[in-house]
Design a protein around this ligand. Structure first.
Ligand SMILES: Cc1ncc(COP(=O)(O)OP(=O)(O)O)c(N)n1
Ligand SMILES: Cc1ncsc1CCOP(=O)(O)O
Ligand SMILES: [Mg+2]
Length: 507
């Protein structure tokens, strides 16, 4: 990805929406925004006075200039004023798909109605959008009005949202993200929905009470485009776009007599601005009548770890290795056994618990939460998939600590629903211990996670060795978990001593 995003959209003379909002939002996520202007709208905070569509010749000249020199990783499309514009853009997108070495992703925000209620497009565009454009779109981001306009589905409740999204997919849009800012369901809340690769994602938060929301739709789609350019998965882009808008709404101020623009602030840094991932068992899920495919017990607020700084964290696959690491003074450890009969696992967990007591250390059991409860382990470590199958109420009632793995912003917020004892982020670097394809986080994201989760003990895992331990520790993470850096070291005792020294806070 080359960090170049195009926005094909209308100019808003009031500076709050359209091209102006897009560039500011893209800038907030450190990508370079190029522009193809489709209309010079004359508008202010009170409404739209004129649309002034640009001719297809002038639009094409802008496209050609960019095609030759500044190809985009992602193209964000906003207001298209008429059928000719829709056809022209569709033809060019087809050409890019067929000829560019790296075809661009297309995010389409079907701008039809301004926040003032004014129609921003000629009325006969809907069939051209469906026939020409939607088959070329990777992510469509309509609000609820635009969803109704495009699909004819009246959005009386969550299942109508799902039906409308399927319709849009059937017309060719690969993923659908419906923005709920104009929807008051349940009352006082803002619910957003995403259908992507067969998975559904629902986000919600209390409505932020401000009249100054002009440009939220354009900005949200631009942040999605920016995050996709940076290689974020769509579910993480969805989270960040929501948090960005919430942060902007809280800071929004009036500039004219009417509706002010959403504020264009930087990367969202306050957890309070992030939406809730809506999951079965939560109050919002009940309001939305969610039906869970699994028998699921929700529990939140697990026993705190003894310390916020868990230090060097050895993840081992046998009781032998556990004892070797304990003998070297490691205080946070995990027994991660992927094989073994029921008896073998039972005996291993029992032995791990005994050894933890002997060495006055904290041992977590990976996956086998029933055995961990049975033998009175200090804690259990679960992955995102494991959460559905585990009895979280039983784990909480046992008083054990719960650590949860996360791979990105969406999973981090999902884990936050449970208020676990610690959160782990991975894989920070590529690793051969486990297939983490598409889930490498890197240091930049790790820093973001740590800054957001100040109240949690945090753990970084994946591909960390002695040469990387210092830079990982410098992010402020409270613990570094390793497998091979110990198990494959030529001299594991020296490796442990070196790792401990590398991550120790300076005196
Ligand atoms: C400290 C720590 N972080 C992450 C993991 C990964 O756990 P999980 O997602 O459950 O995957 P498996 O380890 O079961 O393959 C971990 N084990 N420890
Ligand atoms: C279990 C796990 N979860 C995320 S990365 C990882 C493996 C870490 O192993 P290593 O320290 O050898 O890279
Ligand atoms: Mg696991």
């Amino acid at each position: 990805m080359n960090n170049v995003v195009w926005t094909i959209a209308g100019s808003d003379s009031g500076g709050g929406a359209g091209i102006q909002a897009d560039i500011k939002a893209m800038q907030s996520f450190a990508v370079h925004g190029c522009t193809v202007i489709t209309a010079l709208t004359a508008q202010n905070s009170l409404g739209v006075e004129a649309l002034n569509p640009i001719s297809t010749e002038v639009i094409e000249s802008q496209l050609l200039a960019l095609e030759h020199d500044m190809k985009a990783s992602v193209i964000k499309i906003g207001m298209l004023a008429n059928v000719q514009q829709i056809q022209l853009i569709s033809e060019h997108l087809k050409h890019y798909r067929a000829t560019w070495p790296q075809p661009p992703l297309v995010v389409y925000d079907p701008v039809a109605i301004a926040s003032s209620g004014d129609l921003l497009t000629e009325e006969d565009t809907v069939s051209a959008i469906k026939e020409c454009l939607l088959p070329l779109v990777d992510v469509i981001t309509p609000n609820t009005h635009e969803t109704q306009l495009l699909t004819g589905v009246y959005l009386i409740g969550p299942s109508a949202l799902q039906d409308a999204a399927v319709k849009l997919q059937n017309w060719g849009a690969k993923s659908v993200l419906i923005k709920g800012g104009h929807w008051d369901y349940p009352s006082g809340y803002c619910i957003d929905y995403c259908l992507h690769q067969g998975e559904e994602y629902w986000l919600g938060n209390e409505k932020i009470q401000t009249p100054h929301s002009h440009g939220t739709g354009c900005s949200m789609a631009s942040v999605i485009a920016a995050c996709l350019t940076k290689g974020y998965p769509l579910k993480d882009a969805f989270i960040l776009a929501k948090a960005y808008i919430n942060q902007g709404l809280k800071a929004a101020v009036r500039y004219g007599e009417g509706i002010g623009p959403v504020a264009q602030t930087g990367f969202p840094t306050n957890l309070a601005d992030y939406p809730q991932v809506i999951e079965a068992g939560s109050w919002l899920a009940d309001e939305l009548d969610f039906v869970s495919a699994h028998e699921f017990t929700m529990a939140a607020g697990f026993t705190a770890c003894d310390s916020k700084q868990l230090g060097l964290y050895a993840v081992v696959d046998s009781v032998d290795w556990l004892e070797k690491c304990l003998a070297e003074g490691i205080k946070t450890l995990q027994l991660r056994m992927k094989d073994g009969s029921e008896d073998e696992l039972d005996q291993a967990v029992a032995a791990a618990v005994m050894l933890a007591k002997k060495y006055d250390a904290q041992v977590y059991i990976n996956d086998h939460w029933q055995l961990a409860i049975k033998h009175g382990a200090y804690g259990v470590h679960l992955g995102q998939q494991d959460l559905l199958a585990a009895n979280l109420v039983a784990i909480k009632e046992s008083g054990m600590r719960l650590g949860i793995s996360t791979h990105g912003f969406y999973e981090m917020l999902r884990a936050h629903n449970y208020r676990p004892s610690y959160m782990a982020f991975g894989a920070i670097y590529p690793t051969t211990t486990k297939d983490m394809t598409g889930q490498i986080q890197g240091l930049e994201k790790l820093k973001r996670f740590i800054a957001l989760l100040q109240d949690y003990p945090t753990v970084a895992i994946g591909g960390i060795d002695l040469s990387r331990a210092k830079e990982v520790a410098a992010t402020g993470v409270g613990s570094i978990a390793v497998v091979r850096a110990i198990s494959e070291a030529e001299d594991y005792q020296q490796a442990i001593a070196d790792l401990q020294a590398a991550i120790a806070p300076p005196l």
